[in-house]
Design a protein around this ligand. Sequence first.
Ligand code: NAD
Length: 422
Amino acid sequence: MGVAAQEELNVYESAEARFELAAARLGLEHGLYQYMKYPEREITVYIPVSLDTGEIAVFTGYRVLHSTVRGPGKGGIRFAPNVSLDEVRALAAWMTWKCAVVNIPFGGAKGGVICNPANLSKSELERVTRRYTASLLDWFGPERDIPAPDIGTNDQIMAWVMDTYSMHARQAMTAVVTGKPLDLGGSQGRKEATGRGLMICCNKATAKLGMKREGCRVIIQGFGNVGSEGSRLMHEAGYKIVGAADIHGGLYNEKGLDVPKLYDWVYRQRQPLPEFPGGGEKLSSQEVLFRPCDILVPAATENQITSQNAHRVDCKILCEGANGPTTSHADPVIEKKGIFIIPDILGNAGGVTVSYLEWVQDRQGFFWREREVNEHLQDVMEQAFDDVVRYAETHRVNNRIAAYIVAIDRVARALKLRGFYA
Ligand code: NAD
């Protein structure tokens, strides 16, 4: 792969390119620009862990606090072999913009440990988690920095983070982490939150473009948490899911897929998605993105729509569920086609929004019913959608750049109000 192609596929370069563009468009003064571009602080920890064999292994972990200007840092912990400080740094900045775009009172953070969870036993994983948390006791806290699950981590791992922190604090502190199990201060509606947020954005976009929801053709790439919950909710709401894909391949069916049966096939019967009986035309995981539809939802992984293939995208609305599914090099092609974009920092922000609601419930010690959580989520997402689209229209920029500008502007205004201490 050439250097130019490699650069295009670097998600962090993509995120940075958009930050630069938005900052320039906003006329951000140089000092503020520099302050926001770099993290507040970052740390590397070396975590000694006894393996089940009795040997000691040392893992490397990171935590980056990009911004606490608007509130405590918020961001996931990733357990993966390819975690790097650069990646964590970029993801932390992304969280700052995402929280600002939906206007929740959090800054941005991210963490990770270089390890392969698939090769660790449950007790080894627990020891890695507890020692990583113990190393960061001074960093984490409900008012400082609140982790959440990300690739390779889950609700059980969040429960261990909460327990380790609480043992040191000498009291139960559920609000130190979100994405916890329901039995331990988790929130109703968290599992569906990102998919629900996507649907709320699609509802707003279709209404805006005068499109009918009934029978509106949707293709969703990715059938994990975001893609499967998004498909189920949109199917229930009357959208016609004509395409679906996971890592094993994709399906396209003009008549619409029976999503509840497909969900059962993949999750209860544990069968590969493309083998779904009577599912329709079998395609590769990526090819499904280029079939005709009204709404395309890439909700699997990054770098799916690039400068090489963007001309083949055939939809009216592109609603990004994954982080970074479209490269910055593909942006002009998508824009030229007149596609209405719901960018990732808006489209998939339903997850962090319900994490915020979980933190609120933990702190107040009173838990809402799912209906109430969903109502709050809807308010937050609709307001954010309106803010972004209004800015895009008033200033004649695309929705992606508008989302970045709205976010950067909110952080800059908070920063100016706080001033610079000493
Ligand atoms: P997940 O691991 O539950 O599911 C990922 C899905 O994508 C699986 O169905 C997998 O088979 C499929 N997939 C992986 N690689 C693929 C490929 N190359 N082509 C087609 N399908 C592929 O993950 P998730 O939680 O659903 O997250 C999906 C994306 O959404 C990620 O980019 C994640 O960062 C982002 N996101 C997730 C949340 C959340 O709340 N879970 C919130 C915000 C953003």
